[in-house]
Design a protein around this ligand. Structure first.
Ligand SMILES: C[S@@+](CC[C@H](N)C(=O)[O-])C[C@H]1O[C@@H](n2cnc3c(N)ncnc32)[C@H](O)[C@@H]1O
Length: 210
């Protein structure tokens, strides 16, 4: 497999190594796949034990964070997309169990809405939200993705503290805090020590005592 960056290993892997094996995961959704690093990790790990249904959403057009990198290194997103295809092919071919990969190339607002309208509400065991880091996009991605998450499922949102200077529309934290506060009766938060938000969708909502 070919990866040009190490975001996943630097930021997430240490927690995922402990958490993911404790969860029952067959149906996965990822928003923001880039070269497939996080998705290949999940397929390699979970495909040892069971068949998987995996959905990946990406424009392969880059976000604000990749745009600046692209200008610096002239990485083109078409090359990134080719690496995603190659990397996922390799990991699927090497998997012991069957991996049913669905690639949804498009903007997450439209692709998540299509999944909702196609009957995937409360469907996924695990969702990784790592697409656009613009605040309003993050709020929309988290909100729509949470409706696609099964009760008892886990959703991880990346880059809680990421920002571009002082601009409010490049601060996932504002969106993630708003999302968590608005859905507090439907979720619990895992205690972790990295800059990702780990959310468990409650099987029963919190009920106010009278
Ligand atoms: C940080 S990268 C994902 C990294 C990947 N999860 C990993 O761990 O290697 C973010 C990705 O989100 C995609 N993206 C940005 N805005 C998007 C949007 N509105 N809809 C869908 N994908 C988007 C970009 O094209 C990019 O590939």
């Amino acid at each position: 497999m070919i990866f040009s960056n190490d975001w996943f290993n630097q930021n997430a892997k240490i927690i995922w190594d402990k958490l993911i094996p404790t969860l029952k995961i067959n149906k996965i959704l990822e928003i923001g796949s880039y070269e497939g690093r996080s998705l290949c990790y999940l397929i390699e790990l979970l495909g040892k034990d069971s068949d998987l249904e995996v959905h990946a959403i990406d424009t392969w057009g880059g976000g604000e964070d990749q745009v600046s990198k692209r200008l610096a290194s002239e990485v083109t997103m078409s090359e990134v997309e080719k690496r995603f295809i190659l990397n996922t092919q390799i990991v699927i071919e090497n998997s012991k169990h069957k991996i049913d990969l669905h690639v949804h190339k498009g903007s997450s607002d439209l692709e998540l809405s299509k999944l909702l309208s196609s009957g995937y509400r409360d469907y996924f065991d695990f969702i990784y939200v790592d697409g656009s880091h613009e605040t309003t996009d993050t709020l929309l991605d988290a909100t729509l993705a949470f409706r696609l998450l099964k009760k008892g499922g886990t959703m991880i949102i990346d880059d809680y503290l990421w920002h571009v200077d002082t601009r409010d529309n490049y601060r996932p934290k504002l969106a993630i805090d708003a999302f968590v506060n608005l859905h507090f009766h439907q979720l619990d938060i895992y205690q972790t020590n990295n800059a990702q938000m780990y959310i468990l969708k409650r099987t029963q909502p919190i009920v106010a005592m009278k």
